[in-house]
Design a protein around this ligand. Structure first.
Ligand SMILES: *Cc1c(COP(=O)(O)O)cnc(C)c1O
Length: 360
């Protein structure tokens, strides 16, 4: 830290992204990316002509992409806010809808960026414990009078609330914004966007990073009442009106046009997820039911850290969190069939060796 850093940031604890080691080739099951390439339409979306236009600023309003996304979800362009990854939408939402005496509230086990944004913007927050089975109890969020942030499906558990459960939370919280982070909704969850018409304080945040195979393009969006979107725009125009570059806008438009391709990939990932889950249950793992593109699992008598380290030694990266409540677990992204076969093979070896070591 330099002696020039503003005092208000000196205690800031930054978010830690999943590791991207370069020492060898890994099967990457640690950051919930898609194992599949973007659609053919996306691959040919960036023409030489588009590249030549890089000398010009992009459309700061992202009009075409907002229109296309609006259409996809049965909304108008005024219901759509574009951002540089959905993290960017989350950042603006924390900035816009909490603070000044309004607290934020989110589950204790959830996306670890939420407390980072709250701290960044000087927002006080409460973290709500999950139930013993790691599910979220909607009733814990009734009548809270706080800016509520709920990942649905939740991460790193993969467990989801139904639209009616989200509605029950909205019913009792009309005075603050309720943000539903749907980064994983395309893998079997039930989206809350149809509720936007009934609840002007609902903001649904989505991303192209996971189900649309575009983590590297950095494109996310928020859906909500046009007045909420205007608030976010006010902050975006006060920060960086050109936060989505020309290449990403072109890619995003092509991705929306090939929605069926991505839906097919999601289906394959969900099938593979259920197959892998069944195999893990067979060999004695506890595996939470998942509606996301990852599984959260543990094996009695083997530490999460050990599973993580031994898999890494075999060239397979998974995510382990040191937070005490979930330290026994690892989070494993669903890759291709072949990648998951390699994972299952190694994990069986690890289990047999670790367990015989324990007992022998
Ligand atoms: C991956 C993820 C995001 C954000 O990803 P972006 O790449 O910034 O769109 C947001 N929320 C959750 C819960 C995530 O897992």
């Amino acid at each position: 830290m330099s002696r020039f850093l503003s005092a208000k940031y000196q205690k800031l604890e930054a978010y830690t992204p999943g590791e991207q080691p370069k020492d060898r080739a890994y099967i990457k099951l640690n950051t919930n990316e898609s194992p599949y390439a973007p659609s053919p339409e996306v691959l040919s979306a960036v023409s030489r002509e588009t590249m030549e236009k890089l000398r010009l600023y992009p459309d700061p309003e992202g009009q075409r992409l907002r229109r296309d996304l609006g259409k996809l979800y049965g909304l108008t362009p005024e219901h759509v806010f574009l951002s540089n990854g959905s993290d960017d939408s989350l950042n603006f939402a924390f900035m816009a809808f909490a603070g000044d005496g309004r607290r934020a509230m989110f589950p204790e086990i959830s996306y670890s960026f939420y407390p980072v944004y709250a701290n960044l913007h000087g927002i006080d927050y409460d973290m709500v414990p999950l139930k013993n089975d790691f599910s979220i109890d909607p009733a814990d969020y009734f009548h809270k009078g706080a800016f509520l942030v709920i990942a649905n499906p939740n991460a790193p558990t993969g467990m989801a609330l139904s639209r009616e459960e989200i509605r029950s939370i909205l019913e009792t919280n009309p005075y603050q914004v309720v943000l539903i982070d749907e980064a994983y909704v395309d893998f079997g969850g039930e989206s809350s966007y149809p509720l936007i018409h009934d609840y002007p304080n609902l903001l649904v945040v989505m991303t192209f990073s996971k189900s649309r195979s575009l983590a590297g393009a950095r494109l996310g969006f928020a859906l909500g009442n046009p007045e909420l979107i205007e608030d976010l725009e006010r902050l975006r125009y006060s920060t960086n009106p050109y936060n989505i570059n020309r290449l990403t806008l072109a890619i995003g438009e092509a991705a929306v046009a090939s929605n069926a391709y991505f839906a097919e990939n999601c289906k394959r990932i969900m099938e593979n997820r259920e197959r892998v889950r069944a195999s893990l249950l067979d060999i004695g793992f506890e595996v939470l039911p998942s509606q996301a593109n990852f599984l959260f699992l543990k094996k009695e008598a083997i530490a999460g850290e050990t599973l993580y380290r031994r898999l890494k030694e075999c060239g397979i990266l998974v995510r382990h969190f040191s937070k005490k409540l979930i330290a026994d677990y690892i989070r494993v992204t669903i890759g291709t069939r072949e990648e998951m076969d390699a994972f299952l093979k190694e994990i069986k070896t690890i289990v047999s060796e670790e367990v015989s070591y324990e007992t022998g």
